[in-house]
Design a protein around this ligand. Structure first.
Ligand SMILES: Nc1ncnc2c1ncn2[C@@H]1O[C@H](COP(=O)(O)OP(=O)(O)OP(=O)(O)O)[C@@H](O)[C@H]1O
Ligand SMILES: [Mg+2]
Length: 315
């Protein structure tokens, strides 16, 4: 009795397809997850067990093994709860196996069976579109994932709703893309007095996408000018908005599923750590530089960036 569900593992902003295999075999009752799971993935066992119990589905007193393939790819995050639950339900013939195998699922389960939001719904939807599968994600992520457009996104609020959709008992309508949020109106150069040459330099930098270094006496308006750069840049094109949103999706920065057409403006403080600026660390989260993609990275008081200066010194 082996059944499979599909989900993704994130490598940078790439979402790689992961097969979640479930085998229910005779033996002493056990429930194990193998295939390089991190702590959050291993803990999925308890959340899945509790969520199934709320629907009066008890795990059979058998040996249940979940294998996350490819086994050499590290699996991180809490979004494996839903595909693990679906693989088990398919193995127990609660939901049809072929229907489950046609979806890419991600979502965290709460103990009462609700599906809670996870990061990365947008890159996951891209991966689902690439392999011609439907995306199944928590209701709060539906509007964000639907932006991809190339695949159907089903966003059930609970595990029970997901099951009823997959069995065809009460099919859900595909999620609609969220609104384009324009954010607060950005400031432009209208309140900047004088400084004609500096303003012209800023406009040239904006028009040609050039880098800009400003040197000048304190209080002459350098920081003020820099903060107005994203205000004079054109709005993101749809392709750029999707690209930037993929990065912001992984950082969990997309609110209400809306995609912003405003160019990002990132302003890391000079005391920020290297991983905060360049990204990385455990779980490889995007840093301020990545988050500024297609927008503005403003490093105020640049010589104070100790980490950066040290790195360039060694190069
Ligand atoms: N050209 C200007 N037009 C309007 N306001 C200005 C202008 N230059 C400076 N100001 C005012 O002075 C304040 C200080 O300017 P700002 O912080 O941009 O200077 P700075 O060049 O970054 O200084 P520092 O080198 O100390 O960081 C601004 O917030 C703004 O209120
Ligand atoms: Mg300044």
């Amino acid at each position: 009795m082996v059944a499979s569900a599909f989900t993704v593992a994130f490598e940078g902003i790439e979402a790689r397809l992961v097969e979640v295999q479930c085998a229910v075999a005779p033996g002493l009752p056990a429930f194990s997850v193998v295939g390089l799971p991190d702590k959050a993935v291993s803990e999925a066992r308890d959340r899945v067990r509790a969520a199934l119990e709320t629907m009066s589905i008890a795990l059979p007193p058998n040996r249940i093994v979940i294998n996350l393939a490819p086994a050499d790819l590290p699996k991180e995050g809490s979004h494996f709860d839903l595909p693990i639950a679906l693989a088990i339900l398919a193995a127990l013939d609660v939901v049809p196996r072929d229907t489950v195998a046609e979806t890419v699922a991600l979502g965290e389960l709460s103990l009462d069976g609700r599906l809670t939001a996870v990061v990365g719904a947008l890159p996951a939807a891209m991966a689902a579109a690439e392999c011609d599968r439907t995306l199944l994600c928590p209701a709060p992520c539906g509007a964000e994932a639907a932006w991809v457009g190339a695949t159907t996104v089903i966003a059930p609020p609970t595990l029970a709703a997901a099951i009823q959709h997959l069995t065809g008992q009460s099919p859900l309508n595909p999620a609609e893309p969220g609104e384009v949020t324009d954010g607060p109106a950005l400031r432009d150069l209208s309140d900047m007095k004088g400084q004609e040459r500096a303003k012209r330099a800023l406009e040239i930098a904006a028009a040609g996408r050039h880098h800009l270094m400003m040197v000048g006496t304190p209080g002459s308006g350098k920081s003020m000018l820099a903060q107005r750069l994203s205000g004079i840049l054109p709005p993101l094109t749809p392709a750029e908005a999707l690209e930037t949103s993929m990065i912001h999706s992984l950082a969990g920065l997309i609110s209400d599923g809306g995609i912003s057409r405003t160019r990002p403006f990132m302003e890391p403080h000079h005391t920020a750590s290297m991983p905060a600026i360049v990204g990385g660390g455990k779980g490889a989260k995007p840093g301020q530089i990545s988050l500024a993609h297609n927008g503005v990275l403003f490093m105020d008081e640049f010589p104070e960036f100790a980490g950066i200066m040290e790195q360039t010194h060694h190069m």
